[in-house]
Design a binder for this molecule. Structure first.
Ligand code: CAA
Length: 389
């Protein structure tokens, strides 16, 4: 089952899926364990992904991207994540949390200056909303931007920035009018070279260890008003609508992890013998595999459905928050279910670092947390369905 029957896949989609699969299996899978162990950032393979057009798949070619659609994006991302979820989140953040925001809300000058280098993969992009005291409650920011002539002065600390230590450019959300709460939030495009900007504490992590995550700090950092993304006070809506796209990326990441964990389990169940039988002949294993496969395919359909909703929004302008949150919620919880079952099916060797199965289990957990926890997805879905708050 591939979704081919329900979704408008073209030859171009098959080509990008195959190119991503070949690249991921040849270049990423062999180094994934080593980079997971060291926690080093995989510059070389990320640069190669840029050359292949994977870092700005939906960005028009005139701005350095591949000029393809959202289905192409999720197909390629799924293959990268099957090989390594850490490479996957670097790609997802670059494409969705950085490029999409500038494509949708940036001025022509900003697109020329910031979108082109990041979409072409020559530079890495990041997105910084979260703060030590503002995670799920993203409207309660304390990082401040104060207007000063033609500039703003930024002060504060942001946390959990994926690619924070390596990004050349970051979209940062700040408070310009605290009394207005969410309506006082303003977004800026920051270059790492700005005086007063620095990278703070690195986060040692359970999973996706090859992706670099850190705090970023602003100390009297002077940012030209020309770097403001959108108008003053529009930042919260920009942050939320960009996160809708990010959530499709995380749902796809979880789908890739699920696929890898399921395939490893299926192969193992057909080879490993116990009590004079293949373990896949025992119902305790075969029914697990049936449940894993069923949820895997349901995740895939929800991810493709969300991708189609986003694609339609390019012409209708309609929000796709519901489809994105449903896909993220189901796909991330499924990746925990499948990777947990995969370790159990493999037994001792599943717990060992000799196989990637334990890594799938560790990597899956973050998909239920970042870019909106499962609880936040349930909140978004239920609010949209009931209209109540
Ligand atoms: N698109 C456009 N506008 C949106 C929107 C969306 N998806 N969601 C909300 N808005 C608008 C609302 O319409 C509302 O506008 P009006 O005032 O004009 O009516 C405004 O934004 C405020 O919305 P809410 O009242 O719903 O806001 P809230 O304070 O109740 O928060 C929330 C809603 C869903 C809880 C939101 O805060 C949220 O999503 N929190 C989770 C944040 C998150 O995902 N953080 C992860 C950050 S990234 C990361 O993990 C690190 C990384 O690098 C990967």
């Amino acid at each position: 089952m591939s979704g081919n029957e329900l979704f408008p896949f073209t030859e171009e989609h098959e080509m990008i899926r195959q190119a991503a699969r070949d690249f991921a299996q040849k270049e990423i899978a062999p180094i994934a364990a080593e980079f997971d162990e060291s926690g080093d950032f995989p510059y070389e393979t990320i640069m190669m992904m840029g050359e292949m057009g994977f870092m700005g798949i939906e960005v028009p070619e005139e701005y350095g991207g591949a000029g393809m659609d959202t289905l192409a994006y999720v197909l390629a991302l799924e293959e990268i994540c099957k090989a390594d979820a850490a490479h996957g989140i670097i790609m997802s953040v670059n494409n969705s949390l950085f490029c999409y925001g500038i494509q949708k809300f940036g001025s022509e000058e900003q697109k020329q200056e910031y979108l082109s280098p990041v979409a072409s993969g020559k530079s890495v992009g990041a997105y910084s909303l979260t703060e030590p005291m503002a995670g799920s409650d993203a409207g309660s920011l304390s990082c401040q931007a104060v207007s000063d002539g033609d500039d703003y002065i930024l002060n504060g600390r942001k946390s959990w920035v994926t690619s924070g230590p390596v990004a050349d450019y970051i979209v940062v959300f700040t408070m310009t009018a605290p009394e207005k709460k969410q309506k006082g939030i303003t977004a800026f495009l920051i270059s790492k070279d700005l005086p007063g900007f620095s990278v703070g504490k690195m986060e040692p992590k359970l999973g996706i260890r090859a992706s670099a995550t850190s705090e970023i700090l602003f100390e009297d950092c002077r940012v030209p008003a020309a770097n403001r993304l959108g108008e003053e006070g529009e930042g919260f809506k920009i942050a939320m609508s960009v996160l809708d796209v990010g959530r499709i990326g995380v749902a796809t990441q979880a789908l890739g992890i699920s696929g890898a964990a399921y395939e490893a389990s299926l192969n193992y169940a057909k080879e490993r013998e116990a009590f004079d039988k293949k373990i896949g002949e025992f119902q305790g294993i075969s029914f697990k595999l049936a449940d894993m496969k069923t949820r895997l395919e349901a995740s895939r359909l929800l991810v493709y459905n969300a991708a189609m909703a986003k694609e339609r929004s390019k012409t209708t302008g309609e929000r796709f928050s519901l489809e994105a949150s449903i896909a993220k919620l189901f796909s991330s919880e499924t990746s925990m279910f499948i990777s947990h079952a995969a370790v159990q099916i493999h037994g001792g060797i599943g717990f060992s670092k000799e196989l990637p199965v334990e890594r799938y289990f560790r990597d899956a957990k973050i998909t239920e947390i970042y870019e909106g926890t499962s609880e936040i997805q349930r909140l978004v879905i239920s609010r949209m369905e009931t209209g109540l708050r």
